[in-house]
Unconditional design. Structure first.
Length: 186
């Protein structure tokens, strides 16, 4: 393991997550997570969470710490998924499940609706549009789901028309936005 990041709120507050040193692994900064979870505070309790392209799993772990019922972490990289499983076990974080596969493959599987999705793919892969469409068209989103999207500062990815931007921010080289899903227009 190359480093550690901390959970900033909830029952696991100040717990450290082991983070493997991997190319392209970019943990969401603490101040961004703090802003995001302030935005989500009224809705996180009892939520079913999907941390797609989980990486360190910091977003999903933060959600579990703050009262989410469950979190599914999708991460294809072996070291990262192993670290996620280790962190869940060490912290006794109930409700966490790690799926070791790529996000696009996962979205081709049998869907179940999530209340909150963290969509933060590796920037170099430019997967935002494809994954957003897969979530929307594949039945992965609850009726009024929240979707958090993180991208490079100057990139505003294309999302389904029925995703209404709720909030947006920038920190360093990162743009982050929270969307609320509305029922699609027929």
């Amino acid at each position: 393991m190359s480093g550690r990041i901390r959970i900033i709120g909830g029952s696991l507050r100040n717990s450290r997550l082991d983070v493997p040193e991997l190319p392209g692994l970019r943990p969401t900064p603490e101040r961004v997570r703090e802003t995001l979870f302030n935005w989500l505070s009224p809705t996180i309790e009892g939520a079913r969470v999907l941390d797609l392209c989980a990486g360190t799993g910091a977003l999903g772990m933060e959600a579990l710490s703050r009262g989410a019922t469950s979190a599914c972490f999708v991460e294809p990289e072996v070291q990262a998924s192993r670290a996620l499983r280790g962190n869940l076990a060490r912290l006794k974080a109930a409700g966490g499940d790690v799926v070791a596969m790529d996000a696009q493959g996962f979205l081709r599987g049998a869907a179940r609706p999530f209340d909150l999705v963290f969509l933060d793919p590796p920037f170099a892969l430019d997967l935002w549009g494809a994954l957003a469409q897969g979530l929307e068209q594949g039945g992965w989103l609850a009726e009024s789901a929240w979707v958090y999207l993180e991208s490079p500062r100057e990139v505003a990815p294309t999302v389904p028309r029925n995703w209404l931007q709720h909030r947006e921010g920038r920190a360093g080289e990162v743009r982050f936005a929270l969307y609320r899903r509305a029922l699609p227009l027929s």
